[in-house]
Design a protein around this ligand. Structure first.
Ligand code: ZN
Length: 299
């Protein structure tokens, strides 16, 4: 791959010949790459200003079906530390990493998490429970402290402060969702991204598409889901930020169940949106669920 190796040479010769080179592009800061926006935000919370964090799959984008760019390959090649979600989420990451020739250490943020299975497949969306989010943060903190031992104290302090915020939101989520009556706990989303949230907080999520956005639902699967919803009902339907709303709109039309809002499942929102960090995303999703399932529970 001639693409990657000349970059450092070009940078070095540019410096030697005193050609202007953007100072931030090749500074001495540790270069960390995270595979998708939610993970990238967690890494930024832990490292603060100690490292430069590059995210591959950006806001509002679908990591299940992502196609890496040349810029992604360059970021991976130049990285010192790389974080991926694992559990089969980033089907493209092994090839990207192998072909980049990177010497970075590779860390799986879900190490130690108890995976859940959906229809015999491992569900990769482990971040959608806050206790799992705490495990992600501990894994990230361990990895970056190992990479930057001189800054271990600062990294540990950042991680502990962040974990305290995640645990406070977890307690609030449990308290608020526990108030919902049993018949207001079934929710429909486009793809099956909230199994960990359902397990952690006692909700029931149904989806016409499985845990991977790549597959289209068959007409028969869709008919079965619509029949089930017509018979048993659901408290709310939600569109997602990373998938087309068409399928959920169709289910709404056929069942008469209203669309209760938008959930952020696999990616943060663009800047200025309601979910620009993992914490803000979880707060937004909690608020959207409470608004749709029982707006008087916290009042
Ligand atoms: Zn997903």
């Amino acid at each position: 791959m001639t693409l990657y190796t000349p970059l450092r040479t070009v940078a070095a010769s540019a410096v030697m010949t005193l050609v202007a080179w953007p100072a931030a592009a090749h500074d001495d800061a540790m270069q960390i790459v995270a595979s998708f926006s939610i993970l990238g935000d967690m890494v930024e919370e832990v490292v603060g200003d100690l490292a430069t964090v590059t995210t591959i799959v950006g806001p509002d984008a679908d990591a299940h079906v992502y196609q890496p760019s040349v810029a992604d390959a360059r970021a991976v090649a130049e990285a010192d530390v790389i974080f991926v979600n694992g559990l089969g989420f980033e089907t493209w990451s092994d090839t990207l990493i192998a072909e980049s020739g990177t010497e970075a250490t590779i860390h799986v943020a879900t190490d130690g998490i108890m995976p859940i299975e959906v229809d015999g497949e491992i569900d990769p969306h482990a971040w959608n429970s806050l206790p799992n989010g705490v495990l992600y943060v501990r894994n990230i903190a361990d990895a970056v402290a190992e990479a930057m031992p001189d800054h271990a104290d600062e990294i540990a302090a950042n991680a502990e402060a962040y974990i305290a915020e995640l645990e406070a939101l977890d307690a609030e989520t449990r308290a608020q969702l526990s108030e919902l009556p049993d018949d207001r706990r079934t929710v429909v989303t486009a793809h099956d991204a909230f199994g960990y949230l359902a397990d952690a907080y006692g909700l029931n999520f149904l989806a016409p598409v499985g845990i991977d956005t790549e597959a289209e639902p068959s007409a028969q699967d869709l008919a079965v889901l619509i029949e089930q919803l017509q018979a048993e009902g659901a408290a709310a339907l939600f569109v997602e930020n990373i998938t087309s709303p068409a399928l959920v709109e169709q289910i709404s039309d056929e069942t008469g169940i209203e669309i209760g809002g938008r959930l952020f499942s696999d990616a943060l929102s663009e800047r200025g949106g309601p979910a620009t960090s993992y914490l803000a995303m979880f707060q937004h999703n909690l608020g959207a669920l409470l608004d749709a399932l029982g707006s008087d529970v916290d009042g």
